[in-house]
Design a protein around this ligand. Structure first.
Ligand code: PNS
Length: 162
């Protein structure tokens, strides 16, 4: 049986930390769905479709191995998507105890809702300080986000948008 996992997140925008987790997870699972989910608790910078396209480009540019599919989900629960595609595992990158504390209740609720397990993955410590919110802030103030995001994202954020 195929081992199918989902890496969910806001990805607003995708960072090198996310890409690292995607690469590691793609080595473990037969099929990996990178799923952009709108988080109503956050003010978005990029439209969901743009986030999907930047992840697709970043995965292609980095030549990541494995069966990696990028899409979005806007109706219902995250576990509904898992059921729809036959995924039994969610993969979440955790950089610190703060991330573990934030992710733990969601992991338990997702398991209770649909028996979907969550695997916490440690990214490369080189990316431990990188977050999308930090990238959004640096980009909005005109700083260089190049060290934190894939090239496709840096190019996109540095392009003037009206
Ligand atoms: O990158 P983020 O913002 O930390 O990702 C959070 C996300 C989108 C994965 C989280 O908000 C989520 O799981 N949303 C789906 C809604 C849902 O299913 N909620 C109930 C179980 S937690």
């Amino acid at each position: 049986m195929k081992r199918i996992a989902v890496v969910p997140g806001s990805f607003d925008p995708v960072t090198l930390g996310h890409l690292d987790v995607i690469e590691r997870a793609a080595h473990i699972f037969d099929e990996l769905h990178v799923l952009v989910v709108h988080n109503p608790g956050k003010t978005a910078l990029l439209p969901v479709a743009q986030r999907v396209s930047l992840i697709e480009k970043s995965v292609t540019d980095a030549k990541l191995a494995g069966d990696i599919r990028v899409t979005s989900w806007s109706v219902g629960l995250l576990v509904d998507y898992c059921t729809e595609v036959g995924a039994s595992v969610l993969v979440k990158g955790v950089r610190s105890q703060v991330d573990v504390a934030y992710e733990t209740p969601m992991a338990i609720v997702n398991r209770n809702l649909a028996g979907v397990e969550t695997v916490f993955m440690l990214p490369d410590p080189a990316h431990a300080h990188v977050s999308s919110s930090l990238v959004r802030q640096v980009a909005s103030l005109g700083g260089d986000v190049g060290p934190y995001v894939p090239n496709a994202v840096a190019e996109f954020l540095q392009k003037p948008r009206g």
